[in-house]
Write a protein that binds this ligand. Structure first.
Ligand code: HEM
Length: 299
């Protein structure tokens, strides 16, 4: 953490500069209204800054505040308490939602005003140069401290929510990963069951009704095939791939085809058969539409 002493040292700001600034106090006092007027013309001329100064009552108070800060440039005392005041200014502006860019631009307005003021009032070039140097230094130091605490405040804001956000996202990711893992294990279990069913159907071919056995085995094979697709899809999702809804529609279609096969064997009434065929047709159309939309938007 830098102290005011450190900062002054880095800018090569000396006691002589502090004395020069103090000597400028009467000139600043005589021109503070003019500065305020130029400063506020600037602020009210930009929609983004004017929006923060809409209230007339507050405006008067804010003008006083900004004027006090301006006079503070010429107090001659630039200690740690001055440092704290500048840090508070940065934080206050962040809280108003003001973009740091406008503080920089406003500081430029102050700098130009002061340079011109010296130009108008101090004739001796050497003397003017010394004053100008002191003025430029204090303006730079002000901007440095205000911007630094401005950025710190903004970073804190971002990092606080960023931390919470990333933790939540991480938790949610782990949770869905866990769920997907459970799904894959369950699918594996169900697949084993379907394999058992297939064996049972095959047994039917040899013992008992051959037609029923063959059609049943065919339906079960279709299901095994879809189970493979489903698991493949889940594993891809686990590895970070895209979830493919088409596979799920495919599973329902296959299950329905199997049902139709069994239904014909059972010699179900026409109504049931029409209902199954109708459902299959609708699912076919849904499958086609989803597949089409997926091929149109590959991302
Ligand atoms: C040279 C740049 C600027 C300096 C040195 C400066 C200085 C200050 C100071 C000393 C305060 C009082 C802070 C406090 O006591 O907590 C303040 C507050 C404020 N400033 Fe500035 N200001 C600057 C630029 C701007 C700009 C560009 C705007 C744009 C509208 C602005 C709007 C305000 C407002 C709205 C407040 C009141 C904040 C509050 O209610 O807490 N200032 N400013």
């Amino acid at each position: 953490m830098l102290t005011m002493q450190d900062i002054k040292g880095h800018y090569n700001f000396t006691e002589g500069d502090a004395e020069l600034l103090k000597a400028l106090r009467p000139l600043a006092e005589a021109n503070k209204e003019r500065l305020t007027s130029i400063f506020y013309d600037f602020l009210l001329g930009i929609p983004e800054t004017a929006a923060l100064l809409r209230d007339d009552q507050l405006l008067r108070r804010q003008k006083e505040i900004h004027q006090e800060w301006f006079m503070g440039l010429f107090s001659g005392i630039y200690d740690n308490s001055y440092h704290h005041t500048l840090q508070r200014i940065g934080r206050s502006h962040v809280r108003t939602g003001l973009n740091a860019h406008f503080v920089n631009a406003a500081m430029n307005v102050v700098r130009r005003f002061l340079v011109e003021l010296l130009q108008e009032n101090i004739q001796a070039a050497e003397e003017r140069r010394a004053y100008r140097n002191a003025v430029e230094l204090i303006v730079d130091i002000n901007l440095d401290i205000i911007s630094a605490s401005y950025q710190e405040e903004e970073l804190q804001k971002v990092f606080l929510s960023h931390k919470i956000e990333s933790k939540l996202i991480h938790l949610a990711e782990r949770f869905t990963y866990g769920l997907n893992l459970i799904l894959v294990i369950a699918l594996a279990g169900v697949s084993l069951g379907v394999v058992g069913l297939f064996i049972w159907d095959i047994c039917h071919v040899f013992v008992g009704d051959a037609e029923k056995g063959i059609l049943g085995a065919l339906g079960t094979l279709l299901i095994i095939w879809m189970m493979i697709e489903l698991m493949d899809n889940e594993i891809k999702t686990l590895k970070g791939g895209k979830f493919n809804i088409l596979v799920f529609i495919g599973v329902i279609i296959v299950a329905l085809i199997r049902e139709i096969l069994i239904s014909t064997l059972r010699h179900d009434d026409l109504k049931t058969q029409i209902f199954l065929a109708g459902t299959l047709l609708i699912l076919g159309i849904v499958y086609y539409l989803v597949a089409k939309s997926q091929s149109e938007s590959p991302h």
